[in-house]
Design a binder for this molecule. Structure first.
Ligand SMILES: *Cc1c(COP(=O)(O)O)cnc(C)c1O
Length: 357
């Protein structure tokens, strides 16, 4: 049985979107691919509210995290962390041989403007990383307030929006984000395998003076190709078909504002369910609009719950990393509908109230 994926990525992909991937291959050096790339770039700029360079990478999102570090950190970076994915930034920075400091807050808490201001005021850093929507803890950090602080410093602002882009409005240019990156398998509701990012002119200029940018994720090489509506290496053509189609659906059929509204509505429903039955991990005002993380206050056997939900046709998501057993998550992202979420919560209620949970 094909299970409905109630996990925070990969998410279910609509049949009409999947269908695009059946189209025959074309040359990756011809006019047809350039036309596809041109549409993708135009629509991605709309999706991200930016005029910046758009890079498309045949990799998962983590590839572009590595790219952002390699291309944009010259002296020393600070990695703000409040969960597993934010900590990943720090690991990558060190593995790439960069000088890097980790500034951590307790899991479940947001990164705030004050925390960022304090670290940047040391003057030690030329780059900072953060995760907008920490999927491991269901926390959405206040990016506008943080951006307001960052603009007073000469640092590259590198942001992982992997589980929020296309589910929450993120106005890249207004926020002054230098590199804003995400993959296709979360709110974009596409299969995994592609990652996208915007890169500011300032970041590109800075990259020219940075050595060790590597090969595959060298932003300047990627830009040189994409400026000619080409790619550096053979792209995942099938995924580009699907991305092209899905961007048009998001922007011209559903509409961006409607998409954000649907995510907010689903989040409201999931939060209320969480508060009525358990406890929300984040403080309500920092709760994510794309994934709700819930404390397992009833000490349920999450493995048993997962099995029961599998029988009902669902893939259930427990916590992540050190929150694996003490929490579980209800994702509501991508092309998930309000009705599907409500049905899931009904089925979850039934499983929870039954024996062995
Ligand atoms: C899923 C996720 C990632 C990892 O993305 P990959 O595409 O698997 O590399 C990174 N950051 C966040 C916030 C995520 O949710």
């Amino acid at each position: 049985m094909q299970k409905k994926l109630f996990i925070p990525g990969p998410v279910d992909v609509l049949p009409e979107v999947l269908k695009q991937m059946e189209r025959p291959m074309i040359s990756h050096r011809g006019k047809e691919i350039s036309a596809i790339l041109e549409r993708i770039i135009g629509n991605t700029r709309k999706l991200m509210y930016t005029k910046n360079t758009i890079l498309i990478s045949t990799s998962s999102a983590t590839g572009l995290m590595e790219g952002a570090i390699r291309n944009c950190v010259s002296k020393r970076c600070v990695n703000f962390a409040n969960g597993a994915f934010a900590e990943r930034w720090h690991g990558i920075a060190k593995e790439c041989g960069k000088e890097a400091d980790l500034v951590s807050v307790e899991w479940g808490k947001p990164i705030t403007a004050d925390i960022v201001d304090e670290a940047l005021s040391s003057g030690k850093y030329d780059a900072m990383t953060m995760v907008h929507n920490e999927t491991s803890t269901g926390v959405m950090s206040p990016i506008s307030e943080i951006a307001n602080v960052v603009k007073d410093y000469d640092v590259s602002f590198l942001v992982d929006t992997v589980s929020s882009m296309a589910g929450v409005k993120i106005e890249v240019d207004k926020l002054g984000i230098d590199v804003c990156l995400y993959g296709t398998q979360k709110c974009m509701a596409l299969p995994p395998g592609l990652a996208l990012c915007s890169v500011s002119d300032g970041a590109l200029k800075k990259a020219e003076g940075i050595t060790g940018r590597g090969h595959y994720f060298d932003f300047l090489a990627l830009k040189k190709s994409i400026d000619k509506l080409q790619t550096t290496t053979t792209p995942a053509i099938s995924l580009l078909y699907a991305l092209d189609y899905q961007l048009d659906r998001i922007i011209n059929k559903e509409g961006q504002e409607n998409r954000y509204k649907r995510h907010a509505e689903m989040a409201g429903i999931a939060r209320k369910w969480a508060a009525d039955n358990f406890e929300l991990i984040p403080e309500e005002k920092y709760a994510s609009n794309t994934v709700t993380a819930i404390r397992n206050t009833k000490s349920m056997d999450l493995g048993g719950l997962k099995k029961k939900l599998a029988e009902k046709g669902y893939e259930f998501s427990n916590g992540y990393g050190k929150f694996k057993d003490v929490s579980f998550r209800i994702p509501h992202m991508g092309d998930r509908t309000v009705e599907e979420l409500m049905q899931y919560l009904d089925d979850l209620d039934e499983c929870i109230s039954g024996p062995s949970c």
